[in-house]
Ligand binder design. Structure first.
Ligand SMILES: Cc1cc2nc3c(=O)[nH]c(=O)nc-3n(C[C@H](O)[C@H](O)[C@H](O)COP(=O)(O)OP(=O)(O)OC[C@H]3O[C@@H](n4cnc5c(N)ncnc54)[C@H](O)[C@@H]3O)c2cc1C
Length: 379
């Protein structure tokens, strides 16, 4: 394959697309090649567990802008298989792509119970990560009466919420309280109350759940009980797509490790769910992918003159009638109400430590992200 080197971006989801947009908006006119394993147009994953799963609107409403419009050579259905750091080549099946600069934006895939050693029998697992997963799960829910979700994090609770709004009997199994790890005790209590009000059964299994097969159907063993349902969904997290970098000697645990300017090497940057920023924990959220992608593009253009990445922890979720926007790190204590009221399930709350704000949550409240981050002490 004879190609001008230029910038190669591996992964054409939100991180890869944002890198490309940022490079072009900052005036980079050289060749850019974008590689993507999937052979379909890029789409927004957050919409999968919301609109697409609920069957609201056509899946095409989840499509991302086309990078082709930015004069980018997009190779869909093409996976990076390896990276030759000595010769600056991305290895493909039987081919190789040269680069001057590289961006790793290969994201993550669904973690399964099998990955966690909790599915010895290799029972097929239903997960939600891709558009195909979403369409398949939507169809499965359409013909089911009962659903069991393993994992009470953002994704698991959104799946449970969508299934419950379709009238299914829903059970969620988690090691702890739903949403507690991501949103802390206060949000967990609020979400749990709203889920229970809609008839969702919340099962705590501190020892973890195990997937087994009973009468050719998947079932879950949790807390010494066998729980059966028409559909069992695994929503226990995601794992970074780093296998193609395995022979490079780069630090890959728990994701490709970058410095505070999203740099892997001088001419290689990384962004999004695949990344682990040196010294902090992985944060596989949409806004993190956007922020890191902008820094990754800038560092390729400006090197040390690029502004460093500022970690502004933020996520949103819609579930059980609650539209939640959360900034900062959750803690187990109760927040103070800034405005609104808990009775109406609408308000802005913040957590402080010795008078200094460190987290805030807006529930059923329209609020610019900048104001939420400011309330959380992260502006
Ligand atoms: C159902 C769902 C709902 C979500 N909802 C929310 C939400 O409400 N709020 C929030 O903040 N976050 C949410 N997230 C998380 C958010 O979508 C991710 O943080 C975001 O998609 C990360 O983007 P990314 O580009 O880093 O990675 P990804 O979106 O994972 O994209 C990586 C891309 O790289 C491609 N790829 C992988 N390996 C290779 C290879 N070897 N060669 C070529 N291409 C490759 C993949 O096919 C993929 O298209 C949700 C995620 C899911 C799955």
């Amino acid at each position: 394959m004879a190609r001008a080197a230029g910038v190669v971006v591996v992964g054409a989801s939100i991180a890869g697309l944002t890198v490309v947009e940022e490079l072009r908006s900052k005036g980079f006119g050289g060749p850019i090649t974008l590689l993507e394993s999937e052979d379909t147009a890029g789409y927004s994953r957050p919409l999968l567990s919301k609109g697409v799963l609920a069957g609201e609107g056509d899946p095409s409403t989840a499509l991302l802008p086309a990078p082709e419009d930015l004069g980018v050579d997009v190779l869909r259905g093409t996976s990076a298989r390896g990276l030759d750091l000595d010769r600056n080549l991305v290895e493909l099946d039987g081919d190789a792509l040269p680069f001057d600069k590289l961006v790793v934006a290969t994201g993550a895939r669904a973690l399964t119970l099998h990955d966690l050693g909790a599915n010895d029998d290799c029972v097929p697992e239903v997960v939600l990560r891709t558009m195909d997963d979403a369409v398949r799960l939507r169809d499965l829910l359409g013909s089911a009466r009962t659903v069991l979700v393993v994992g009470g994090g953002v994704l698991g609770m959104e799946v449970a919420s969508a299934a419950s709004s379709k009238g299914l009997a829903v059970t969620v199994v988690d090691r702890g309280a739903p949403m507690a790890r991501t949103g802390g005790a206060f949000l967990s209590r609020m979400v749990s109350a709203c889920a229970r009000e809609r008839g969702v059964q919340l099962v705590s299994a501190p020892e973890g759940a195990r997937l087994v097969e009973r009468d050719s159907r998947p079932a879950v063993v949790a807390g010494g009980h066998l729980l059966e349902a028409d559909v069992v969904v695994t929503a226990v997290g995601c794992r970074p797509n780093v296998e193609w970098l395995a022979r490079t000697g780069l630090s890959l645990s728990p994701g490709v490790v970058v410095d505070n300017r999203c740099r892997v090497r001088e001419h290689i940057a990384a962004a999004g769910d695949v990344v682990s920023v040196e010294g902090s924990r992985r944060q596989p959220h949409w806004s993190t992918a956007l922020d890191q992608a902008r820094v990754a593009a800038d560092v390729l253009l400006y090197g040390d003159d690029a502004s460093p990445y500022i970690n502004r922890p933020y996520f949103w979720t819609d579930q059980f009638g609650l539209s939640v926007k959360f900034a900062g790190r959750p803690t187990s204590d109760d927040p103070e109400l800034v405005d609104g009221s808990q009775d109406t399930l609408s308000g802005l709350w913040r957590w402080t430590d010795a008078g200094h704000p460190h987290a805030a949550v807006a529930i059923n409240r329209r609020i610019p992200i900048a104001r939420l981050l400011h309330t959380a002490g992260h502006s």
